[in-house]
Design a protein around this ligand. Structure first.
Ligand code: FAD
Ligand code: NA
Length: 383
């Protein structure tokens, strides 16, 4: 077989490895189980409106890592989009992350930063972080009961489909509250959306004569030639699928949360006036609504002015059949992960990477950064 490297999975991790290896003269084959490249960052234009929709949930690029920023700019330019999120609670709209504007609106006051800090500190005195027995007590210990109940309690409970007092305090170490009027969602040096969309960016990474991408190919399907059974030990493999699946769940299943998306094309020019509106209240079943045209205000002459695409997002525990999105990370999961890491060490020339292969939440810039590190450390290449 005329391949120097097999990459399993065409998300940002797999494509970064493939691109670097191809540039270094290696012949790379990328196999991808889905019918498209790009993993969860994949986007496509909704056919009726032409509006770019992020198929696996809204993706905003941001980084403070100069190496990653220089690298990604080889494949795409970025718009000057700045992410902001609002929240509809009890029929009123507030700015997120919870900041001085949110606090003053919520308490109908005009507190200075120090006054707001003192108020929250007093309210947070109801419980102590060190002795809090569950998520509810810990949340109150962090930001006080009023803000916790309004903006964090039911939102988090909906994300986990679990009552707040049954959630572990371990799921939060801090809750974001800002004592100024800054409502930029991210604090990173660079932020923006790929000018021509995510899929154009991802395709440019794979566009090299040394890279062959094979879609609809599952590494565990032994009826095709590029399977685990046929190739492990035969050539270097970078595996970015789920680590527990690789070992046939020998150490148990690692648990994930998944999301369900409900997409709708509406005959209105502007549904909510902003890209993301959160719904933190218990009586609304979804957690947020995305309106995709607002991610690209610079496309206003291309996008229709009488139609829009919205997506409601629901969150729940994943079964084996669902797309795994966020690691749950219970103590059992952490023990399982350690056992899988031991097994992985014994796999000859198989390199486990990406969010599924290492069971951790990775932003895009982290997936790309960690792939560049693997390329340097395991393959001796340069970024
Ligand atoms: P993935 O993108 O998951 O790629 C893995 C690929 O491997 C998949 O295409 C999968 O089909 C394939 N695969 C798995 N098993 C097999 C197999 N057996 N055979 C063949 N192929 C296989 N990041 C940000 O920076 N900003 C955001 O705003 C942001 N929002 C997000 C929102 C959501 C809802 C989610 C879930 C993630 C978000 N992310 C965001 C994170 C981003 O999606 C990840 O950083 C990125 O997907 C990581 O790339 P990856 O290559 O590690 O994994
Ligand atoms: Na290994």
């Amino acid at each position: 077989m005329n391949i120097d490297l097999l990459v399993v999975g065409s998300g940002f991790f797999g494509l970064t490895i493939a691109e670097r290896a191809a540039a270094a003269g290696r012949k790379v084959t990328v196999i991808e189980r889905r019918h498209h490249i790009g993993g969860n960052a994949y986007s496509e234009n909704e056919p009726e409106t032409g509006i770019e929709v992020h198929r696996y949930g809204a993706h905003l690029f941001h980084t403070s890592n100069p190496t990653v920023w220089e690298y990604v700019n080889r494949f795409t330019t970025f718009t000057n989009y700045v992410h902001r999120v609002y929240s509809t609670h009890n029929g009123q709209v507030y700015a997120l992350p919870v900041n001085l504007h949110t606090i003053n609106q919520f308490f109908q006051a005009a507190y200075t930063p120090d006054e707001a800090r003192a108020l929250v500190k007093e309210q947070a005195g109801e419980f102590d972080v060190k002795t809090a027995r569950n998520f509810e007590e810990k949340g109150i210990a962090l930001v006080g009961r009023p803000l916790f109940e309004a903006f964090f309690r039911d939102y988090t409970a909906k994300q986990w489909q679990t009552e707040p007092h049954k959630l572990s305090g371990d799921i939060v170490s801090r809750l974001p509250v800002r004592y100024n009027y800054d409502n930029r969602y991210f604090n990173d040096t660079w932020e923006g959306l790929p000018t021509d969309g995510y899929t154009a960016w991802l395709e440019r990474m794979a566009d090299h004569p040394n890279i062959e991408v094979k879609l609809n190919v599952d590494f565990f399907d032994e009826s095709q030639p590029l399977s685990k059974k046929a190739l492990v030990g035969q050539l270097p493999i970078v595996y970015t699928g789920p680590v527990d699946r690789y070992f046939d769940y020998a150490e148990g299943e690692l648990s994930w949360r998944t999301l369900d998306f409900e997409e709708e094309v509406l005959n209105v020019g502007d549904f909510q006036g902003t890209p993301v509106m959160n719904y933190p209240d218990a009586d609304v079943p979804f957690t947020r609504i995305h309106e995709f045209k607002h991610f690209h205000p610079e496309r206003k002459d291309v996008y229709p002015d009488d139609k829009t695409v919205i997506m409601r997002e629901y969150s729940r525990f994943a079964t084996r059949e669902d797309e795994p999105y966020y690691p749950v990370n219970t103590s059992e999961d952490r023990a399982g992960l350690l056992a899988y890491r031991e097994l992985a060490k014994g796999e000859k020339d198989v390199h486990f990477g990406g969010r599924l292969g290492t069971y951790q939440y990775l932003d895009m810039h982290m997936a790309i950064g960690s792939a560049l590190s693997m390329w340097r450390n395991d393959f001796g290449g340069d970024a």
